[in-house]
Design a protein around this ligand. Structure first.
Ligand SMILES: Nc1nc(=O)c2c([nH]1)NC[C@@H]1CN(c3ccc(C(=O)N[C@@H](CCC(=O)O)C(=O)O)cc3)C=[N+]21
Length: 312
């Protein structure tokens, strides 16, 4: 479907956007490295979840392209809460570590919010620490959740003016739906958030200039649910079996909706690649913030981290 999607005039392809973002990140990482300030991302996975392995594999590739050091930590599903909190504390205090991402889901005996909150806000490259989420409410979107930021980035690529744009977000998860709504409000859009309790979803989605879909239901959105000419941003990643083959499809019936939509993101090949590049951009942003903080505290002596020895 990727190849087919690429031939559609109205396909919003993620790869070129991801490559552009990653090139810019590479420049920034090189500049910091020249000042003795390398960027390192630690990616933590707990247990075995297929969609997570795919994401981490693409993180490793993205980090390599961005010049970012990448360390994957794959922990058994039996890891204890105390072990996790101790590991996170060690990563917070390790000056060589720029950012930490904890893949979701985590096993039931662990509380992802507690783990997320245990990551220092300066190293929260996922933008999921309450402080980072709070900043989005205050319109500081520098460290925003990656999938949310990637989705809004793709809407911006349509060239549509976001001020006053009627946007419907379908799905209100804390990591995607809600952050998207806040990011869009920061851009001046008029945002409606729909979810499983919403009555007459199509009444809302058909009135929208743009819809974002993150419900986890394969091909849930059909042409009669979208306004002709609107932008359709599909965040779904659903593994299904079809004609004896395992394939990944989004929450939107791409083939059917592509005839009606003005712009539409394919799955795979849309939001996914841009999510990876935004994670790399967040790692650079975190490194730049840490260096600014260091320079303020040590009066600019942080050109080479290792040389910051206690004053005689
Ligand atoms: N804390 C946390 N944050 C996440 O953002 C998060 C998570 N946990 N857990 C798992 C899901 C899944 N996810 C993906 C991101 C990109 C691709 C991706 O790169 N997809 C490409 C490649 C697909 C392929 O190679 O088949 C595409 O859509 O084109 C996939 C999956 C982020 N997740």
């Amino acid at each position: 479907m990727n190849a087919h999607a690429a031939t559609r005039h109205n396909a919003l392809m993620g790869k070129p956007v991801a490559e552009e973002i990653t090139r810019a990140v590479y420049q920034g990482v090189e500049e910091l490295a020249s000042k003795g300030w390398p960027v390192k991302l630690v990616s933590i996975t707990i247990g075995d979840v297929p969609a997570v392995h795919l994401y981490v594999r693409n993180q490793a590739r993205g980090a390599e392209k961005a010049g970012i050091m990448f360390e994957e930590r794959h922990l058994p599903a039996t890891v204890s809460r105390v072990e996790m909190l101790a590991m996170l504390q060690a990563l917070n205090t390790d000056p060589r570590v720029t950012g930490v991402i904890i893949q979701r889901p985590v096993p039931k005996h662990l509380d992802i919010r507690e783990l997320q909150t245990a990551v220092h806000p300066l190293k929260d490259v996922e933008g999921m620490h309450p402080a980072s989420i709070g900043n989005i409410v205050y319109r500081d979107t520098s460290l925003a959740p990656c999938t949310a930021a990637a989705s809004v980035e793709l809407l911006k690529r349509t060239g549509l003016k976001l001020e006053g744009l009627e946007v419907v977000v379908i799905g209100h998860s804390e990591i995607v739906g809600k952050p998207i709504a806040f990011l869009l409000m920061a851009e001046g859009a008029t945002v409606t958030v729909c979810h499983h309790m919403t009555r007459n979803l199509a009444v809302h989605s058909r009135a929208a200039d743009a819809i974002f879909v993150a419900v986890g239901k394969p091909r849930f959105i059909t042409p009669n649910m979208i306004k002709p000419g609107s932008a359709v941003i599909d965040i779904g990643i659903n593994q299904i079996e079809e004609n004896g083959k395992h394939i990944t499809v989004g929450d939107v019936d791409y083939e059917a909706c592509a005839e009606t939509a003005g712009w539409i993101t394919p799955v795979p090949g849309g939001v996914g690649p841009v999510t990876v590049s935004i994670l790399m951009r967040n790692a650079l942003t975190a490194a730049q913030a840490q260096k600014r903080y260091y320079d303020q505290v040590f009066g600019g002596k942080s050109d080479t981290m290792v040389s910051v020895a206690p004053a005689e």
